[in-house]
Design a protein around this ligand. Structure first.
Ligand code: DGL
Length: 270
């Protein structure tokens, strides 16, 4: 019984950490496509092809259920995968919906018509591909009315994190937050719509200032996965071992993962 967790690189480790804490008895196989990160500047076709290849690799590890712990893949590829590619006995879940359900105060699977919610001004920070997909606004519109979303494509941040350059990542986060605040001076909530960004959550929170509620996905996804597995225990695949796989240089990726997660993480070549 193993579940796959996929990201273009290191960002999904923020989600993995939370799901492991929530489901300590479940083995998880993590796959980072570090050789091809960042995805956020790629075309939708490219993201689709890379994400399908990664998911197939996780099937080979005995994971029938794969979490796309990557907003860019969830926004640009998930719908097409589910509609055109996924065999019926496999499942791929994204990280978008749990976040939007939390933002709009909904329980899982509440498909009632969109309604007014407390939060009216939302700042969205995400990769250029996620922002261009408008998937966040689309999912939000199914559930809420009257919410003003200002989206900031945060070019360069994923690259800087993948290269282990925390100083550059911090400088970029500050300048992206300032750019957004010029367009929306008083957001009530900020969504970190890229799983790499919680690695910089303190910088986002400080740059946004007090009074802005920062939503990040890790714990929300963990709760939603626990709920899903309680309803669909048969989706725990045949795999039994937890592993960290990367398409990149395993030693370099291990060093950066250890740096950002502030604990030892050892990757193997995928
Ligand atoms: N962690 C991915 C996300 O959530 C980063 C995408 C990228 O590689 O640019 O969007």
């Amino acid at each position: 019984m193993a579940v796959g967790v996929f990201d273009s690189g290191l960002g999904g480790l923020t989600v993995l950490d939370a799901v492991r804490r929530r489901l300590p008895d479940v083995p998880f196989v993590y796959l980072g496509d570090n050789a091809h990160a960042p995805y956020g500047v790629r075309t939708a076709d490219d993201i689709f092809a890379l994400t399908c290849a990664a998911v197939e690799r996780l099937w080979a590890e005995g994971c029938d259920l794969v979490i796309l712990a990557c907003n860019t893949a969830s926004a640009a590829a998930l719908k097409r995968m589910q509609e055109t590619w996924l065999p019926p006995e496999k499942r791929v879940l994204g990280v978008f919906v749990p976040l939007i359900e939390a933002l709009t105060e909904r329980q899982w699977g509440d498909n009632s018509p969109p309604r007014e919610v407390d939060v009216k001004h939302v700042a969205l920070f995400a990769t250029p591909a996620t922002v261009a997909s408008r998937a966040f606004q689309r999912e939000l519109a199914f559930r809420a009315i009257g919410v003003d979303v200002e989206a900031q494509p945060c070019g360069g941040v994923v690259d800087a994190i993948e290269q282990g350059d925390e100083i550059l990542a911090e400088a970029l986060v500050r300048s992206h937050v300032q750019a957004l605040l010029r367009r929306m001076p008083h957001p009530q909530a900020a969504v970190l719509g890229c799983t790499h960004y919680p690695l910089m959550e303190g910088v986002f929170a400080e740059a946004l200032g007090p009074g802005v509620r920062v939503f990040s996905q890790a714990n929300l996804v963990a709760e939603s996965l626990a709920d899903y597995l309680a309803r669909r225990p048969e989706m725990l695949g045949a795999g039994t071992v937890s592993r960290f796989l990367t398409t990149g240089d395993a030693r370099a990726v291990s060093d950066r993962a250890t740096q950002f997660m502030r604990k030892k993480v050892v990757f193997e070549a995928a």
